[in-house]
Design a protein around this ligand. Structure first.
Ligand SMILES: NC(=O)c1ccc[n+]([C@@H]2O[C@H](COP(=O)([O-])OP(=O)(O)OC[C@H]3O[C@@H](n4cnc5c(N)ncnc54)[C@H](O)[C@@H]3O)[C@@H](O)[C@H]2O)c1
Ligand SMILES: CCCCC[C@H](O)/C=C/C=C\C=C\C=C\[C@@H](O)[C@@H](O)CCCC(=O)O
Length: 258
């Protein structure tokens, strides 16, 4: 998929990975609707983006992915403003085991909610143009992070949902590719905040720090570049792309599961 003129929706767009994804999509000629709950950071980012990319290529929408009503309004506003939706980046997510039910509602259910509403705009069966959906999972979606079992479950769920939706799209003729992005640790507020929480539960902190040593820490640009590959490579559907520093690999799932 060539990005010039394409219309993208990014959730969790104003900080961290989502901000880097938004900027990379704009650099490649797309229009971007930024969906987020952080108004202050969003308004500050929009000032920068409008100066760099003009007034017409970005749209900031206050949207909590826990709210079906807000999601429907945001995607309708995007379609009305830009003329449709070609790309969806389900990126919004949190890491807080002490509010695990909210984390499930955002990390997994949020991906499901936004995907289902986006199908009404993107699917060729609904009069859409087709397109691509990339869900930000995690390396913790492929293997356990012992200090955050519920987070691990949400990311495993994102990958399962992604692969099932990819198969459903192919079988149904939606014309939509659906892929998962699985970064290791990334230098963002989410990562920094978790490290500070971990200090309070030292019995697991050591093991987590060993994993950080093992997998390394990515910068957000490396993650955004990997997402761009999933968006632009029309051969990718139902894939899970692992991203670690200086390396990217597509996971091969057991053939019995294909
Ligand atoms: N940082 C990492 O180590 C890492 C690694 C792998 C995957 N991930 C995943 O990447 C995604 C982005 O994480 P990040 O590290 O950039 O985090 P971040 O905290 O830097 O940014 C997350 C963004 O999502 C927004 N957000 C949070 N809850 C929301 C909601 N209910 N509705 C809408 N927006 C909401 C926040 O306001 C923020 O702008 C998450 O899904 C996370 O699980 C992060
Ligand atoms: C503590 C910060 C939370 C960040 C969450 C974010 O999604 C990042 C996750 C990054 C890496 C996850 C790694 C999971 C690894 C498991 O699959 C397991 O294989 C680890 C085994 C480690 C070892 O000792 O070999």
């Amino acid at each position: 998929m060539a990005l010039n003129g394409k219309i993208a929706v990014v959730t969790g767009a104003v900080m961290g990975i989502g901000k880097a994804v938004t900027e990379l999509l704009l650099q490649n000629g797309a229009k971007v609707a930024l969906l987020d709950v952080n108004r202050i950071a969003g308004e500050s980012l929009m000032e920068t983006l409008k100066k760099q990319y003009g007034q017409e290529r970005t749209l900031l929408l206050n949207c909590n992915v826990e709210s079906d009503e807000q999601i429907k309004a945001a995607l309708q506003k995007t379609a009305d403003t830009f003329g449709g939706i070609d790309i969806l980046c389900n990126n919004a997510g949190i890491m807080n085991e002490s509010t695990w039910e909210r984390m499930v509602s955002i990390n997994l259910m949020g991906v499901i909610r936004v995907t289902y509403v986006a199908l009404e705009h993107m699917s060729k069966l609904a009069g859409g143009r087709g397109g691509v959906i990339v869900n930000t999972a995690s390396l913790a979606g492929l293997g356990p992070l012992l200090n955050c079992p519920v987070y691990t479950a949400t990311k495993h769920g994102v990958i399962g949902f992604t692969r099932a939706m990819a198969d459903a799209s192919t079988a149904s003729g939606y014309g939509i590719r659906v892929n998962a992005l699985c970064p290791s640790f990334v230098q963002t507020d989410l990562f920094t905040n978790v490290l500070s929480i971990l200090r309070q539960s030292s019995h697991l902190a050591a093991a987590t720090h060993q994993m950080i040593e093992k997998f390394g820490v990515l910068n957000v640009s490396e993650v955004a570049d990997a997402l761009l590959e999933l968006v632009t490579d029309d051969t990718k559907n139902g894939e899970a792309l692992i991203v670690v520093p200086n390396e990217r690999n597509y996971i091969t799932f057991p053939s019995i599961l294909k």
